[in-house]
Design a protein around this ligand. Structure first.
Ligand code: NAP
Length: 99
């Protein structure tokens, strides 16, 4: 465990979950964000804990500036300054997504 803080937006989602678990395994104190529509964040945290991962989780809508600002303030207040930010949260709208 090192004392550095990693913040992974969308850290409970597909690629985000892999990034989060890798960062936690590398010894970072990992904070993850979840979207306001995510009703399963508690369950995800419990499942991760069963696998030996302890995450700090914060709600954040990355399309809303104030939501991001409040989220970062909460993370800094609880864990200290963010050393690594992984801007992962987002949606894909390309020819492969069919949207
Ligand atoms: N997979 C690919 O092939 C691919 C290719 C190019 C780029 N990308 C990019 O890589 C990133 C991850 O892709 P993925 O395939 O893992 O996507 P995914 O499974 O759909 O996960 C998207 C993540 O973004 C979060 N999210 C979406 N809208 C949000 C919002 N308004 N506020 C906060 N969080 C929000 C979701 O949070 P909740 O789970 O909490 O709802 C989820 O964790 C995305 O930015 C995507 O555009 C992916």
């Amino acid at each position: 465990m090192n004392n550095r803080v990693a913040l992974i937006t969308g850290g409970m989602g597909g690629l985000g979950e892999t990034i989060s678990t890798k960062m936690a395994s590398a010894g970072y104190r990992a904070a993850v964000t979840y979207s306001p529509s995510n009703k399963n964040f508690d369950q995800w945290l419990r499942e991760m804990e069963q696998h030996g991962y302890k995450f700090h989780a914060y709600p954040c809508d990355v399309s809303d500036f104030d939501s991001c600002k409040n989220c970062v303030a909460s993370v800094v207040s609880a864990l200290g300054p963010v050393d690594i930010l992984v801007n992962n949260a987002g949606i894909t709208r390309d020819m492969t997504s069919g949207k």
